[in-house]
Design a protein around this ligand. Structure first.
Ligand code: ZN
Length: 141
């Protein structure tokens, strides 16, 4: 069952978070963000070289969905250009809000397994927290 597989991937990311560490250095930006609906918190770190996200990491605490989503996002965005990051961001939000992809040719990798969160309206902000933190971080450019 696809749903069972998705559930396993989410649990696995929540348990062993990818890129869960501080980043330091001259080109590192960081932002602190809080999901008001669930109490999840994240500190997101991004290291840019020109238009490329050469490193991205996070620290935080929260429910399984928020932590899994943060972990998946960092994996997905590492070594991507800002333009592609913007496309992936819109694609992921569409998946959560509408339950389907806008463009199925775009590979959301493990983040696709959060599709089921669409049906849990109260949890949309949990899945989107890391991405909203990213918006805030990039807006501070
Ligand atoms: Zn949450």
């Amino acid at each position: 069952m696809l749903q069972d597989l998705y559930k396993k991937i989410v649990i696995e990311h929540a348990k062993s978070k990818r890129n869960y560490r501080k980043l330091e250095g001259d080109n590192v930006r960081k932002v602190h963000y809080k999901n008001p609906t669930c109490g999840d918190v994240i500190t997101l770190y991004l290291q840019l070289e020109g238009e490329k996200a050469v490193d991205i990491s996070f620290e935080g605490e929260g429910c399984s969905i928020s932590m899994a989503s943060s972990s998946m996002m960092t994996e997905l965005l590492k070594n991507k250009e800002l333009e592609e990051i913007s496309t992936l961001r819109n694609e992921f939000e569409h998946l959560i809000r509408k339950g389907v992809q806008l463009n199925e040719d775009i590979d959301l990798e493990d983040a696709l397994s959060l599709q089921g969160v669409h049906r849990l309206r109260a949890r949309h902000n949990c899945a989107l927290m890391a991405w909203q933190a990213l918006d805030k971080l990039l807006a501070g450019k």
